[in-house]
Design a protein around this ligand. Sequence first.
Ligand code: PLP
Length: 372
Amino acid sequence: MRFETRAIHSGLKIGNPSKSIIPPISPSTIFEIDAGGRNKEDLHYTRLTNPNRLQFEEVIASLEEGEAAAAFSSGIAAATALLQSLDPGDHIIVPEDIYAGNRMMMKGIMSRWGIDMSFINMTSLDVIEAHIKPKTKLIWIETPSNPLMRITDIPGVVQLARENGLRTVADNTWPTPVNQLPLKHGADLVLHSTSKYFGGHSDILGGALVTAKKDELWNRITTVQKMGGAVPSPQDCWMLSRSTRTLAYRMKGHNEHAAIIADFLNSHPKVADVFYPGLDSHPGHEIAKNQMKGFGGMISFLIDGDRQQAINIVGRSRLITRATSLGGVESTWEHRRSSESEGSVTPDNLIRISIGLEHPDDILEDLQQALD
Ligand code: PLP
């Protein structure tokens, strides 16, 4: 079955004895044990698993073309679970402009647990190779990166990783599986903040990991999920499955609108540079074309001015909502550096915009008046 069909039909039959077309929310934290004793395959306790979580895990694994998925209470909880599945002393290679919250989690928490990390520019395979150490275990890919929209060559990194016996994880939150399938390019794991496009309406916090195969690392990850306990509620899983049914069509709209807005920004005299992988002028455009089916709904741009002028432009919007985060049906934008902490490599004149599903002419009109 094709993507759109899997998004609508996967998972619906799991834990759904009444054969409801849409499975009910199962809020129960406990499940009855047979008189003859506990069957290992039966549901037991909701932290371990729950029908709604299983339904969402089934659909996201199917869309990312992985063997299995594990859902978490946030994207950062999923990322933390992955690093907690490594051993103290292990080294990881990470993009220097990785999502700022993940950088804070890595530096503020996981480094104290003995994870060693190199934050580097991941646009060059030679630079990545030069940072591989004897204790390196994992290369972390975020492409396009947040917020510089740098493009990393997924098949190139996978090849390098395999030659060196390393694993790869790709944070696929921004492109989503509609636009990019890292596991198909050989990555071992995909990470998601499902708070973004999967949720799609700025009202669910969640995360997920999807694996190409159920191996020893995956056993460790699911142990952290169940025993660490950072799991999503049945209600959130149910909402996520509901949103996922329209993901393909929402992403088509995000892709289409962002292309229009990127062209507009690219020719605006007050804009010094536009970072959008769909533009011919983007340095990663050729690589992006090879590994992406669409270029997504996120754009970053530099204004011809300083920090305060960037803040002032964002302050003048009437339709585009001033907010962090992304991936909702409504357009949002922010002076990105203000949301990031120390270690940020984001220029002070950068504005990051999440293009929503309003009519693109209304977004253009608002941008026009805010920039003028
Ligand atoms: N990964 C990326 C690329 C993100 O943009 C974010 C959040 O903005 C996260 C991970 C973290 O997700 P969450 O906020 O759900 O913890």
